[in-house]
Design a protein around this ligand. Structure first.
Ligand code: NAP
Length: 347
C-alpha cells in the first residue's frame, strides 16, 4: 500500500489571529497501522475555537500541539484498514484525527457512527462534542429547569444553537445573543428561540432587560469579555453562569478581560462555574441517544456550515473568529472540484 497523506503541521505559535505561515502544508507517505491501530481516511475536519488555544505554549486542560506536530482536530472519516478488533474497513468513525487526509490512530476516543441516520458533519456538531457540550453544560452545570430564562451567547454557533433548543425542549425561555440580523432571525424563526439580541447593533444590557424581565436564571457563556459583563448585570436570584468558552479573548495579545461586574454573584447568590465536555465522556452515549431522539422527532434541528478543500484550512478556521459561520463549521477534506466519486463518498 502506498498512500500519500497531506497534512498541516504547526510551524510557529501565533500572536493574535493565526496566519497561514503558522503551519506548513505538505505531502508525506502514510505508514501501515501497527497491532491495535487503524488507518482512517479523514472526510471531514471539525473546526473549533479551541484549536486556537491548543496552538499556545500555555498549560491548559490538554497539552499544546508541539511545533512540527500535525495540527490537532476532531474529524470524521472511513476506516481504510484495521488491526484493531473493534473496527473494520468501511466503518464510519469520529475521533481526534488531525488536520490531514489520513490518520493512523490507536482507537482511543474513536466512535463508530451511522451515516444512514445523519451526515458526518452532524456527528461533528449536534451529535458530537458541541452538542454534548450544550447538553451537559446546560443541564448538568447550568441545572436548567422548566420555567427558567436561559441566555446563551454565540447563539447561532455549534454549541449555542443546541443550548437554546434544548432549553426550549425543557420548558425554558431561550434568549440568544448573536452577531448580525441574519443570525438573530435564524435562531428565532428557524430554531424557535424566544428572542435574539444582536450584540453588534444593540445595547446588550438594555436588550437583556427587555427580553428577560425577571432576570436570567442561566447564562451559558461562549464568548466572555463585555457580553459576560453585561449578562452579570441581569442575573435572577440563584442564577447559574456556565463558563463554556470565551472566544472574544482567544486571540488577545494582552491579558484576558475579566468580568468587572462579578459582585452581582454575591448580591444574587449566584454561581459561575467552568465546564469541560471531556469530563462527560462516559455519558456521551446517553446524551447522544436522547438528542438523536429529539432530532428524529423534529424537536432539535442541526445546522452545519461546510467549507470545502483541506488546503483552505488556515482561512476556513478564521471564519470562527470573524463570526462568518452559521452553525457548526466543518472542513470537507475533498475540494469543491473533486471528482463526483469522491464527494459522493461523503455521506
Ligand atoms: N468547555 C467546553 O468543553 C467547550 C466545548 C466546545 C466549545 N467550547 C467553547 O464554546 C464556544 C463556542 O464554540 P463553537 O464551536 O460553538 O463555535 P461557534 O459558536 O460555532 O463559532 C464561534 C462564534 O463565536 C462568535 N464570536 C467570534 N468572535 C467573537 C467575539 N469577539 N465576540 C463575540 N462573539 C464572537 C461568532 O458568532 P457571532 O457572529 O454571533 O459573533 C462565531 O460564529 C467557544 O468559546 C468554544 O471554545 C467549549
Amino acid at each position: 500500500m502506498s498512500i500519500v497523506n497531506h497534512c498541516f503541521r504547526l510551524a510557529s505559535r501565533p500572536v493574535g489571529l493565526p496566519k497561514r505561515s503558522d503551519w506548513t502544508y505538505g505531502a508525506e507517505p502514510v505508514r501501515e497501522p501497527g497491532e491495535g491501530e487503524l488507518l482512517v481516511e479523514v472526510l471531514c475536519v471539525s473546526l473549533d475555537p479551541a484549536m486556537r488555544g491548543w496552538m499556545n505554549e500555555a498549560k491548559s486542560y490538554m497539552p499544546p500541539v508541539g511545533i512540527g506536530e500535525v495540527m490537532r482536530a476532531g474529524g470524521a472519516g472511513r476506516v481504510v484498514s484495521s488491526r484493531h478488533p473493534g473496527f473494520a474497513p468501511g466503518d464510519h468513525v469520529t475521533g481526534s484525527f488531525g488536520v490531514q487526509r489520513y490518520a493512523v490512530v490507536d482507537g482511543k476516543g474513536v466512535l463508530k457512527v451511522d451515516p444512514a441516520f445523519a451526515s458526518l458533519p452532524v456527528y461533528l456538531g449536534t451529535l458530537g462534542a458541541p452538542g454534548m457540550t450544550a447538553y451537559f453544560g446546560l443541564l448538568d452545570t447550568g441545572q436548567a429547569k422548566a420555567g427558567d430564562t436561559v441566555v446563551v451567547s454565540a447563539a447561532a454557533g455549534a454549541v449555542g444553537m443546541v443550548v437554546g433548543q434544548i432549553a426550549k425542549i425543557k420548558g425554558c425561555r431561550a434568549v440568544g445573543i448573536a452577531g448580525g440580523p441574519e443570525k438573530c432571525r435564524f435562531i428565532v424563526q428557524e430554531l424557535g428561540f424566544d428572542a435574539a439580541v444582536d450584540y453588534k447593533a444593540e445595547d446588550v444590557k438594555e436588550a437583556l432587560r427587555q427580553h428577560c424581565p425577571r432576570g436570567l436564571d442561566v447564562y451559558f457563556d461562549n464568548v466572555g469579555g463585555d457580553i459576560l459583563d453585561a449578562a452579570l448585570t441581569r442575573l435572577a436570584r440563584g442564577a447559574r453562569i456556565v463558563i463554556c468558552g470565551a472566544i472574544s479573548q482567544y486571540n488577545r495579545t494582552g491579558p484576558a478581560k475579566g468580568p468587572s461586574n462579578y459582585l452581582a454573584l454575591l448580591v444574587q447568590r449566584a454561581s459561575m462555574k467552568g465546564m469541560l465536555v471531556f469530563d462527560y465522556a462516559d455519558r456521551y452515549a446517553e446524551a447522544a441517544r436522547e438528542m438523536a431522539g429529539w432530532m428524529a422527532a423534529g424537536k432539535l434541528k442541526s445546522c452545519e456550515d461546510v467549507v470545502k478543500g483541506l488546503e483552505t484550512f488556515p482561512d476556513a478556521l478564521l471564519k470562527l473568529f470573524r463570526g462568518e459561520n452559521l452553525g457548526k463549521l466543518v472542513l470537507q477534506v475533498a475540494p469543491a472540484s473533486a471528482p463526483e466519486t469522491r464527494s459522493a463518498a461523503l455521506p
